[in-house]
Design a protein around this ligand. Structure first.
Ligand code: ADP
Ligand code: MG
Length: 217
């Protein structure tokens, strides 16, 4: 692990600009893996960009969890802006990342300033399904986790961190998260260059990402 980490660091310091994608179902462990990778490489070399920041403002249509708005469908996301901003970063320009408020389903007025880094990690469920975004990845990871595990993790997170009710989370999972997973997320795994387990020891999985990255950087 130390070896591949050092190799990665050295290559990233040599001036290359890379984007990698970390995809997988909701609750699979994408954000955990992306954050761990970012932590190991450090803030000078890398930063994480979340698909979640690119939700289109849905406040006018939102009618409750599991209702009319399908947050798990690709049309709920502004992938156009995401790929434009990836191009800007690859070009060495800073970007202003939208901030999405999960409590009100609105895009905030403020944005988050994001400086170009040698490595950008994009974390999201549908990023391998969006062709213009996928094209920009030199390594694409799919984190694979069983549905019952993903559901339990999501329930815990949405109730605790996103102010949702148990019934609302259940409804949204069965009506939207699961069908969209089966229709878009799972099939996109075939495009991944690396399929990892979201239920195994994270250090082992991280090692495999670093190895793949060291070959690219
Ligand atoms: N490899 C793993 N083993 C055990 N628990 C994990 C693993 N990866 C993530 N988790 C846990 O699962 C939950 C969901 O992970 P998260 O990274 O937020 O998922 P995602 O971003 O894919 O929705 C978190 O509580 C996290 O600590
Ligand atoms: Mg996440």
């Amino acid at each position: 692990m130390i070896d591949s980490l050092e190799r990665c660091r050295a290559r990233l310091k040599s001036g290359s600009r890379l984007v990698i994608g970390v995809a997988g179902g909701s609750g699979s462990g994408k954000t955990t893996l992306a954050m761990l990778l970012a932590k190991h490489l450090g803030p000078e070399l890398c930063e994480v960009l979340a698909q979640d920041s690119y939700y289109i403002d849905q406040s006018a249509r939102f009618d409750g969890d599991g209702g009319q708005v399908n947050f798990d469908h690709p049309s709920s996301l502004d992938f156009e802006l995401l790929h434009q901003q990836l191009d800007a970063l690859l070009d060495g320009q800073p970007i202003e990342v939208p901030i999405y408020d999960f409590a009100t389903h609105t895009r905030k007025k403020q944005t988050e300033h994001f400086e170009p880094k040698p490595l950008v990690i994009v974390d999201g469920t549908l990023i391998l399904d969006a062709p213009e975004v996928f094209k920009r990845f030199c390594v694409s990871v799919f984190v694979e986790t069983r549905e019952e595990v993903r559901f339990a993790r999501r329930m815990e997170r949405d109730v605790r961190e996103r102010g949702r009710t148990v019934a609302g989370v259940y409804l949204q999972f069965t009506r939207q998260v699961k069908p969209m997973h089966d229709q878009f997320v799972e099939p996109s795994k075939a495009r991944a260059s690396l399929v990892l387990s979201g239920e195994s020891a994270l250090d082992d999985e991280l090692h495999r990402v670093l190895d793949a990255l060291a070959l690219q950087a």
